[in-house]
Design a protein around this ligand. Structure first.
Ligand code: ZN
Length: 78
């Protein structure tokens, strides 16, 4: 996954940040019916567990959205 664009003074490249100091990828789940949401976590299973608790308490809420927050990095090659 990369994107490039050319400017007058160089080429910018944009790619997912996989450096050791990158922010973590974060996962969260949200109910599509009522908008309630799980906490955000580096472990996708946290949000998945939340959906089971939520559907247990709200048996008519069957659809969810997963939000994935991915860090990206941009740099210029002259
Ligand atoms: Zn709900």
């Amino acid at each position: 996954m990369t994107a490039r664009t050319v400017f007058l003074f160089g080429t910018w490249t944009l790619a997912p940040d996989q450096e050791p100091d990158a922010e973590p990828i974060m996962y969260a789940m949200e109910c599509s019916v009522c908008g309630a949401g799980s906490e955000s976590s580096e472990d996708a299973a946290v949000g998945q567990r939340w959906t089971f608790q939520h559907v247990g308490r709200n048996p008519s809420h069957h659809t969810f959205r997963e939000s994935i927050t991915r860090p990206w990095r941009a740099w210029m090659q002259p």
